[in-house]
Design a protein around this ligand. Structure first.
Ligand SMILES: CC(=O)SCCNC(=O)CCNC(=O)[C@H](O)C(C)(C)COP(=O)(O)OP(=O)(O)OC[C@H]1O[C@@H](n2cnc3c(N)ncnc32)[C@H](O)[C@@H]1OP(=O)(O)O
Ligand SMILES: O=CC(=O)O
Ligand SMILES: [Mg+2]
Length: 534
């Protein structure tokens, strides 16, 4: 029953974060809840296999009473009432945390998941920055001498922490001979150190819950919150969680997820990138009707994506919960005005659509997009903090609408296959080097977007997809050839030869296995990559 935090132990901040008491709390969470987490992960495999056979999913029969029942989630605290603009980003390095806190957004989603490469250093640094951020002592001086400190002229954003998904282990902590559960380490350390303080300040503790696939996974989180509150002698219900609906099975459990967490829930978020990844993963072997067009062509206006967001807004508002919009991937570039102009136009369109559809707020990936998101929501919200009162009773979405994937407009092209391979290798290399998000060709890439790229290629090979531009069939041989060419292209672009051999070459190997192993599809690219991290 001991916790062994492995080397390197000397990460600055470990003395504050890895106290015996905090580790003891994580250990207790593990001992109580890791077993259920393991069972629920096994259930995911069975559920996926069943759905893949039929190509169908249904709203669960056993919870009809929940969907038809008259209930609402707990009222949101004042600091979460207005979420019209949420900036996302990793809480490490400190510079990013300070820039996010100073951005003028209403909320900062401090991401330990899609946007954080979970090296031991990054995780401890992230916890340290969250700790110091909550206490307003966070400051940083860059190697160039630029000083970063927290603004005092604005109300800083409310912080909502996103722990890792259920699937990720934490190999640097062993409990009872097994690796700890990443999500429990992230939540446990943050809650232990900050919950009481944040509650007293009226600023938390608040969480975003990623990649859930079933309402029982929400029940597990709810049990964890209840236990954690009780254990630290804090009132029941101080935690507020916003759940990402970013897997296809979870789209069929929206009401149920809110219901399970009703004392602790504050909303749902339409995490579009993981949602697309999940659709591909779920139905990868279910035939040609499930092969999506090139990633760039799958926009939010495709009918199956609209069905998803419309149902999410309607479900949330019926339950007095917030409906949060997602991430448009276009990133501005301060050195290239035309890139910035395009990003602003694209992101503005996206936020405008979301605000008009009834979302209560949305995400941006970069500080330079905060104002425009706030503007687009303010056009619709006016003086109101949110539009939960807009019930969207006009919406009627069926299981068939959510699964209307074969009707998606667009093509698979060889250029798209190439781009997917390029992005998958590039992102994996950056992740291995310790960064969880990067702009590639002016688009934000993170774990979710890279998962789409590598999964599309696997699926295209499996289904013998014929490309629209060259008429070639996507085979393992073609992909191997294209991958080799894209790796050479990257070698030409990455001028640091040492970094190329340290990160890009192993990344290329990881991606090669992921896309070419026709027998075994890996559920998450971060699992094999994690074996190489640190
Ligand atoms: C699918 C999903 O889950 S979406 C949510 C998860 N993904 C994310 O959170 C990605 C968030 N975004 C980012 O990480 C970054 O914007 C990137 C990596 C895409 C681009 O970052 P950069 O290449 O540093 O952009 P750029 O050079 O324009 O940054 C300008 C400044 O803004 C800061 N900045 C950029 N994005 C952010 C951010 N999201 N949060 C805080 N600061 C940021 C940079 O640190 C830099 O600061 P500096 O001037 O003090 O050095
Ligand atoms: O987490 C968000 C997503 O789009 O994935
Ligand atoms: Mg995601």
């Amino acid at each position: 029953m001991t916790i062994i935090a492995k080397e390197p132990y000397e990460v600055p901040g470990s003395e504050t974060i890895l106290t015996d008491e905090a580790l003891g709390f994580v250990e207790e969470l593990h001992q109580r809840f890791a077993g259920t987490r393991n069972e629920l992960l096994e259930n995911r495999v069975t559920a996926q296999a069943e759905a893949a056979k039929s190509g169908k999913l249904e709203f669960p029969a056993e919870t009809q009473h929940v969907r038809e029942g008259d209930w609402t989630v707990a009222e949101a605290p004042a600091s979460l009432q207005d979420r019209r603009v949420e900036i996302t980003g990793p809480p490490a390095p400190a510079k990013m945390a300070i820039n996010a806190l100073n951005s003028g957004a209403k909320v900062w989603l401090a991401c330990l998941e899609d946007a954080l490469s979970p090296s031991w250093f990054n995780l401890i640094d992230a916890q340290k920055n969250l700790y110091e951020g909550a206490r307003r002592t966070l400051a940083f001086t860059s190697p160039e001498g630029k000083e970063y400190k927290l603004r005092e002229d604005i109300k800083l954003p409310t912080v909502v922490v996103r722990p890792r998904g259920w699937h990720l282990p934490e190999k640097h902590i062993e409990i009872d001979g097994a690796p700890a559960v990443g999500a429990l380490v992230d939540f446990g350390l943050h809650f232990f150190h900050n919950a009481k303080l944040l509650h007293e300040l009226g600023e938390g503790p608040f969480y975003y819950l990623p990649k859930l696939e079933h309402y029982l996974e929400a029940r597990l989180w709810n049990d964890i919150f209840t236990f954690a509150e009780e254990k630290l002698g804090l009132p029941h219900g101080i935690v507020r969680a916003t759940v990402l609906i970013e897997t296809i099975p979870a789209a069929f459990h929206m009401d149920e997820i809110l219901y399970e967490l009703r004392d602790h829930a504050s909303g749902l978020n339409a995490g579009r990138w993981d949602y697309l990844f999940s659709i591909i993963k779920y139905f990868r072997a279910s035939g040609k009707d499930f092969v999506l067009p090139d990633r760039a062509q799958v926009s939010m206006t495709q009918p199956f994506m609209r069905a998803y967001t419309e149902l999410l807004v309607q479900t949330c508002h019926k339950r007095e919960a917030f409906a949060m919009g997602g991430m448009a991937a276009f990133i501005p570039n301060r050195r290239e005005p035309e890139v910035t102009a395009k990003a602003i136009e694209k992101v503005r369109d996206d936020k405008s659509r979301e605000a008009n559809d009834g979302f209560d707020g949305s995400w941006v990936a970069h500080p330079d997009l905060v104002d425009l998101c706030a503007e687009e929501f303010t056009k619709v919200l006016g003086d109101k903090p949110n539009q939960v009162d807009r019930k969207r009773e006009d919406v009627s979405v069926t299981a068939e609408d959510l699964l209307n994937i074969g009707e998606a407009e667009g093509d698979v092209t060889e250029a798209g296959v190439r781009m997917n391979l390029y992005v998958a290798v590039y992102y994996t290399a950056i992740w291995l080097s310790g960064n969880g998000a990067v702009a590639i060709h002016n688009l934000m890439e993170d774990a979710a977007t890279a998962e789409i790229s590598r999964s599309q290629v696997w699926q295209q090979i499996h289904n013998g997809t014929v490309t629209a531009d060259t008429g070639a069939t996507v085979t393992a041989e073609l992909v191997e050839k294209l991958l080799g060419e894209e790796v050479e292209r990257l070698r030409g672009e990455i001028t640091d030869a040492e970094a190329f051999s340290k990160y890009f070459e192993p990344a290329a190997e990881v991606v090669k296995k992921l896309v070419l192993d026709s027998e075994q599809y890996q559920d998450f690219l971060t699992l094999p990559a994690y074996e190489l991290l640190d």
